[in-house]
Design a binder for this molecule. Structure first.
Ligand SMILES: Cc1cc2nc3c(=O)[nH]c(=O)nc-3n(C[C@H](O)[C@H](O)[C@H](O)COP(=O)(O)O)c2cc1C
Length: 337
């Protein structure tokens, strides 16, 4: 392990020391605990749950872990460090929701300030918090208090965008409000809410924030290869990077990025490795959901794992009809031959 440029390094989020700086971003509909475990196996140093509604957590009577929201927040047996991401707009509700995370034992709690989905934004949560840094500060302070009371003081972090729209780029102010209220790390996805996931993310804003914030900054946006991760770390000086769409069906990107940063060579995954990883993923999902639901859920995942392979279009045509593990085995055995 040579680490020539020192770009692969630990990250301190408050009292938590993460051993490396390659994170799996929250991606709704994808980063369940099965996928987080697969990514951890390939070298992800931290994985985020998809966003979970603080309102739903607080309202839920009985055993939270057995609810739909609770299932999003469970730790996987084989995953390392993991963050539960909450969304909400009311400091008191966020405080009470964070208290209820104790049975899950997250290593950190993240607050979503970037979700552009109208239903979330209309409730004042997600990217709407970019319009009210003072409220975001109150939310962070409330969750920090809950963490101290019920979660052993695990760090609280935020994930923000560059602003609401091009006319209101206020990531500096928003990040400062969050850190002032106790946030231990800020992730910046430098697109505005108005941009959604289109256009290009502006990495110069990550460099700007990393150079001025008295807390580590993680960068997100357009990380579709190991080389892109290396470039973001080198060009922006950010403490960590988060793979999002680039990791879907491609957990190997963590191994590739780590190798690249350490100056080691890393062959691209062979088709058989892709298929094996997809079956391991399915194997982790079945105990969580049952075979029927897991096989349906895995359709998009198998398509992602086989993206870009020869004969992919025909293969995916068959994969989206699979109903059982046996169906997948038959389809993929034929293809591997
Ligand atoms: C389908 C989808 C779901 C996402 N869900 C979340 C989420 O639950 N919480 C969050 O903070 N960001 C979410 N994101 C944003 C990603 O974490 C990431 O910041 C964004 O995709 C930019 O990175 P990329 O261009 O490398 O994909 C989502 C993105 C996509 C495409």
């Amino acid at each position: 392990m040579t680490n020539p440029a020192g770009l692969y390094r630990p990250v301190a989020a408050g009292p938590l020391i993460l051993p490396g700086n390659l994170f799996l971003a929250p991606v709704a509909g994808y980063t369940d605990r099965a996928f987080r475990q697969i990514c951890a196996g390939y070298g992800a140093n931290l994985g985020y749950t998809e966003l979970a509604s603080a309102e739903a957590i607080v309202r839920r009577p009985g055993d939270l872990a057995e609810s739909k929201t609770g299932r999003l927040m469970r730790r996987g047996a084989g995953e390392g460090f993991y963050a539960v991401q909450l969304f909400g707009a009311d400091p008191d509700v966020m405080y009470r929701a964070a208290l209820k995370l104790a049975p899950f034992g997250p290593d950190l709690v993240d607050i979503n300030c970037g979700c552009p989905v109208p239903k979330v934004v209309k409730s004042g949560a997600g990217a709407a918090l970019m319009r009210d840094p003072a409220l975001l500060g109150d939310i962070v302070a409330a969750v920090v208090r809950a963490s101290g009371e019920a979660l052993g003081g695990v760090p609280v972090t935020v994930k923000i965008r560059s602003g609401w729209d091009a006319a209101s780029l206020n990531y500096r102010e928003t990040a400062a409000a969050a850190v002032g209220a106790g946030a231990a790390l800020v992730c910046l996805h430098p697109r505005t809410r108005a941009q959604g996931y289109g256009g290009q993310s502006d990495w110069s804003l990550i460099a700007d924030l990393a150079g001025r914030l008295p807390a580590p900054v993680a960068g997100s946006g357009d990380l579709f290869s190991a080389e892109a991760a290396e470039r973001m770390l080198r060009e922006t000086g950010c403490a960590a990077i988060m793979f999002a769409r680039g990791a879907l069906g491609n957990p190997f990107i963590f191994r590739e990025a780590r190798s690249l940063l350490l100056g080691e060579s890393c062959p691209a995954p062979a088709p058989a490795e892709r298929v094996n990883a997809a079956f391991r993923h399915l194997g982790l999902l079945i105990p969580d959901m049952g075979e029927y639901a897991a096989c349906r859920e895995m359709r998009k995942q198998f398509c992602a794992y086989t993206k870009g392979v020869p004969g992919g279009a025909r293969l995916r045509n068959a994969l989206v009809r699979a109903e059982t593990e046996e169906d997948y085995r038959r389809i993929l055995a034929g293809w591997l031959e």
